[in-house]
Write a protein that binds this ligand. Sequence first.
Ligand code: GYE
Length: 324
Amino acid sequence: MRKFVMMCATLLVLAACSGSGTGNGDGSGEGKPITVGFSQVGAESEWRTANTASVKAALAPPEFRLKFSDAQQKQENQIKALRSFIAQRVDVIAFSPVVESGWETVLREAKAAGIPVVLTDRAVKVSDDSLYVTFIGSDFVEEGRNAGRWLVEDSQGKSGPIRVVELQGSVGSAPAIDRMKGFREIVDADGRFRVVRSQSGDFTRAKGKEVMEAFLKSEGRNIDVLFAHNDDMAIGAIQAIEEAGLKPGQDIRIVSIDGVRGAFEAMKAGKLNATIECNPLFGEQLAQLIRDVAANRPVPRRVEVEEGVFTADQAAAELPNRKY
Ligand code: GYE
């Protein structure tokens, strides 16, 4: 027992030493910078642009040395980036996984190289939880539920069937899977809603518009509601709805997720009815996690970002306060 305690004590000291050796783990701004390899999903949405800016601002010199890589929404690019971070022996790897599965091999390589991994924004599905240290991001299922709750409230007094079309996020991504799940949970329990079409718009405006055009073609005027997994797709769809001679926000009620500036502008113009906030500005929180991880300090397994729900009547007052 004594021996075990001694061993633990020795390990702790070693951990603390290696922590201060790899970076300025105490956050004092002195010593060697912490080298971070960060692999971002892409630049597909306003949310993503804001997230990249927040991460870059927080992981700045002299405390950090950031190696930033843009995956252009492709998992193969991310795997390549992670392998290059491992080869360069960065202190910490952080990445926002494009999709949920297919990470076991490369994460095992990082683990074998002794490089801790922090997940940002999107989760992964792995059988071995020790393959990453911590996750920082939003509760996407709850965001989907919030969209569903808003819709139930908005549909008070209406009788079914209420016909809904859904623009999903990127196929296989955590936010697409979870938002769909949370939304369905609420609208299915209500019983009046029928999701008549559901397809991916890859989280982009262009794709959102294209898929909405197809929905309008096949469903004609029989669409009551659009649920878009992000604001950008909703904004693209709004254009398609207008081009089809319908009034977005009136003929078709619209709820989406993120809470970007473009959504507030669309709400102010009466074209979008509600947005569920998903906060991308967690750069500072991420920097603190990375400091702790680099210094071998214990960190929570999951750190959640705080967020709310905004409706069209709040848009004009909220717009000047929006930071993304
Ligand atoms: O909602 C969307 C972006 O992963 C939370 O990705 C993020 C999502 C966000 O493209 O706009």
